[in-house]
Ligand binder design. Structure first.
Ligand code: UD1
Length: 423
């Protein structure tokens, strides 16, 4: 299993290029199921979750060709409708194929993501919405089986709570439903807007993406299109955090700073200096003193849960006590135990982590537990004394494109290695 060896203390300098957004690329890939024509997508990051989604599409009869940063998705002769457990269990977002499959092929069989019961989290909101669009949904042998033999029909749907992939799934399904669908209490994330842009280019009629109400006028069929996915705001935010922690002048290039407004405002409140331009964020760095700031994660445009772990690492180096409240996911402080082992002062009570800083971090062996937690550990390792070994880097590789190469190009001492099967 691959690990990172990080020797802390190097100052980062230079420019880091932001990749395409994984969370925009995933629904865009799923949307290709809505048409029989080829769809060209530019700037998809080569990360593990994208490879998994491409494998899901392959089991559904599509093929993905890669050439010079362009991915072309084409439908083959066989149009299967079963996304199997081996793939879905490794990535919950595989459920994004449900809406498009049902809309165009009128039936879908998608394994339930591991450990979840129908009716409870995590995909009840997706399934309830599809039922409202006229589908029948049952669970057979661990798979969700959804059918709409006469096609989907429009409905007025209000999400009882905001869900990003739930909004995307129903948005895709509604593009081919008969009549005009109104989705209320929608996620307003930039990735939803990006998906709507692709769907519109394919011929869908969508109004209101990016607001809490999306209106979709169903059309008979959708065609091929070309689309460039937006830059990854979470990756950009992670490198901004790295630059504040360990930088001597780092430019995070090729991002949309507007997508990071809440995060950047919080960093400024903590005393970080940032120079924001149209498509880049320059962090002058050079050992400024940070102040503790408290935040609560929430849906876009508020502070993103996907940047909570990285921000928490930053707060271990800030003066004072910061309260970090995780309001989106119940169990998202798995990085805390490992950060404490590195010397951070953090107490968790329920959904709130209290971080007291600044603390001297020391390198040790730590275990990555999920995608963003892994990034938080790598950030901590950059400023820790001595050597940190970050294990289970495959979590990081799910969503960060070549993070080791990008950090090394900035001057970090990061090495990826494989210790062999017995370690
Ligand atoms: C997406 C992002 C993920 C991000 C999250 C919140 C993708 C591929 N992933 O995940 O990186 O952390 O948004 O910004 O875009 N919920 C239910 N039932 C449902 C659906 C969701 O109870 O049917 C709950 C979830 O458990 C969670 C909350 O709603 O507590 C929000 O989850 P949701 O917005 O759906 O997250 P994802 O779309 O899975």
């Amino acid at each position: 299993m691959e690990k990172f060896r990080v020797r802390g203390g190097a100052r980062l300098l230079g420019t880091v290029q932001v990749s395409g957004a994984k969370n925009a690329a995933l629904p865009c890939l799923a949307a290709t199921l809505l048409t029989a024509e080829p769809v060209r997508l530019y700037g998809l990051p080569r990360v593990r979750d994208i490879v998994t989604m491409e494998k899901v599409l392959a089991t559904l009869g599509e093929s993905c060709q890669h050439e010079n940063g362009t991915t072309t998705v084409t439908v083959g002769a066989i149009e299967a409708a079963h996304a199997p457990y081996e793939l879905v269990r490794t990535m919950r977002a595989s459920v994004l194929v449900l809406g498009p499959l049902l809309a165009r092929r009128r039936h879908a069989r998608v394994a339930l993501p591991g450990g979840c019961a129908i009716g409870a989290r995590p995909i009840d909101l997706h399934l309830n919405g599809l039922v409202q669009l006229g589908a029948t949904v049952t669970v057979q042998r661990g798979d969700v089986v959804a059918q709409a033999p006469g096609g989907l029909r429009a409905a007025r749907i209000e999400f009882p709570r905001i869900t990003v992939t739930g909004t995307e799934n129903l948005l895709m399904a509604a593009t081919l439903a008969r009549g005009t669908t109104v989705l209320r209490n929608c996620a307003r994330e930039p990735e939803v807007v990006d998906l709507a842009q692709l769907l519109t280019a394919m011929g869908a009629r969508i109004d209101g993406a990016g607001t809490d109400t999306i209106v979709v006028e169903g059309v008979g069929e959708l065609g091929g299109a070309s689309h460039r996915v937006i830059p990854d705001r979470i990756e950009a935010g992670t490198y901004v955090a790295a630059a504040i922690l360990a930088g001597n002048g780092v430019r995070v290039q090729g991002c949309i700073p507007e997508h990071l407004t809440a995060f950047l405002d919080t960093l400024r409140a903590a005393g970080a200096r940032l120079e924001v331009e149209s498509d880049s964020i320059f962090v002058p760095g050079q050992g400024e003193r940070l102040r503790a700031v408290s935040v609560t994660t929430a849906e876009y445009p508020a502070f993103a849960t996907d940047l909570q772990a990285q921000f928490l690492t930053l707060m271990t180096q800030a003066e004072g006590e910061s309260a970090i409240t995780e309001a989106i996911f119940e169990n998202r402080f798995q990085h805390v135990l490992e950060l404490k082992r590195m010397g951070a002062h953090i107490e968790v009570a329920g959904r709130c982590a209290r971080v007291t800083g600044p603390s001297r971090l020391e390198g040790t062996a730590v275990m990555a537990s999920d995608l963003r937690a892994s990034a938080a550990l790598v950030l901590a390792a950059l400023v820790a004394e001595g050597e940190t070994i970050v294990d289970r880097i495959y979590h990081l590789d799910r969503g960060y494109e070549r993070m080791d190469d990008k950090l090394r190009a900035l001057g970090a001492r990061v090495e990826r290695y494989n210790p062999g099967p017995y370690q």
